[in-house]
Design a protein around this ligand. Structure first.
Ligand code: UDP
Ligand code: MG
Length: 312
């Protein structure tokens, strides 16, 4: 058994060293375990790259991948996955929030016959606003991606090699890790774990970033929103039709009735809004098709440093 840890790094110059130290310490509980650590610098604005480069100089079991620009967490994870050599892959964050010290519980769970084991957080250490976002995301992925009801993906995931091989076959520009996991297997287990506070600094998922990821995930893996739009359009058109008929009948029955500008405006606004919504939804999908066929890259690697040497 060889373990491969994949860590996307962004803004973690102060936290990455303790995160790696915790991995080392956890491994000492089973010292015969072979393992490697792959850190992907997602073009972090701070000094995490020099920190990683210093670490890799003295470690033979570490690889540092430097991305040419900020591609987002999911792309960074997929970039790291391409370079693993182990048969069990652990994806974790760089800020010390993940329950790395529980690693062996996750591996035991995997041995029960699961292909992926994720961390289910009892109580997330995040703002109520973010909690609401997570709850909404959970409901949406149940509906759109047929995610089982009791499955909540955490930020700490342990995957078998064949699942990772399947995931990295995805070559489009906007990967969505959760969707890719759900597409690959249905044997997904979880370990209830504690979500810890960040060791230092602030989280980097702004509202705009989370919303982008969210939209991206659903439009990349499901056409249900498009169908919903068509359904809503049909529904609104039907109401408009019936309303129109009713108005004509009313006008015939009482010719003195004034022509209702207000109601006309209301209907116009409503229908106009629906049309815009539908167009926006369709535009989102068309945009994605366009980006896929124009071969926009999932990530661009500037440099790979492995155990002290640079690979070209
Ligand atoms: N991350 C990344 N690129 C980004 C933003 C974040 O690779 O543009 C990584 C980051 O390094 C970390 C993970 O995504 O490993 C989660 O980020 P963070 O802890 O900032 O998010 P939060 O815990 O606040 O959701
Ligand atoms: Mg975090």
């Amino acid at each position: 058994m060889k373990l491969s840890f994949v860590i996307p790094c962004y803004g973690s110059e102060e936290t990455i060293v303790p995160v790696i130290a915790e991995i080392d310490e956890t491994i000492t509980q089973k010292p015969e375990t072979d393992y490697e650590i792959i850190c992907v610098n997602d073009c972090s604005p701070d000094n995490v790259l020099p920190v990683l480069k210093r670490l890799v100089e003295t470690r033979t079991n570490m690889t540092v991948i430097d991305l040419a620009r900020n591609f987002g967490k999911n792309s960074a994870v997929l970039a790291g996955m391409k370079y693993i050599t182990g048969n069990i892959v652990i994806v974790l964050d760089d800020d010390g929030q993940c329950p790395t010290y529980r690693l062996w519980d996750f591996i035991d769970k995997l041995d029960e016959g699961y292909d992926i084991v994720t961390a289910k957080y009892g109580n997330r250490k995040q703002s109520p606003f973010k909690n609401f976002g997570s709850a909404l995301n959970h409901k949406m992925s149940q509906w759109l991606l047929n995610k089982p009801k009791d499955l909540h993906f955490g930020t700490f995931n342990v995957l078998r090699r064949f699942v990772v091989d399947e995931i990295i076959r995805y070559k489009n520009a906007f990967p969505y890790f959760e969707g890719l996991m759900l597409c690959s297997t249905n044997k997904i287990g979880y370990v209830i774990a504690e979500d810890r506070e960040r060791i230092a600094g602030e989280g980097h998922f702004t509202f705009a970033k989370s919303l982008g990821l969210w939209l991206n995930g659903f439009t990349a893996f499901s056409v249900k929103p498009l169908r919903l739009t068509a359904f809503l359009g049909f529904f609104v058109a039907a109401i408009g039709f019936i309303y129109g008929l009713a108005t004509i009948v009313q006008k015939i029955l009482s010719p003195a009735m004034p022509i209702g500008y207000a109601s006309t405006m209301a209907v116009l606004l409503f229908v106009g809004g629906m049309i815009l919504l539908s167009l926006g939804m369709i535009g989102e999908y068309v945009g994605r098709i366009y980006i896929s066929i124009s071969n926009s890259p999932q990530y661009v690697i500037r440099e790979i440093v492995k155990g002290g040497q640079t690979l070209d």
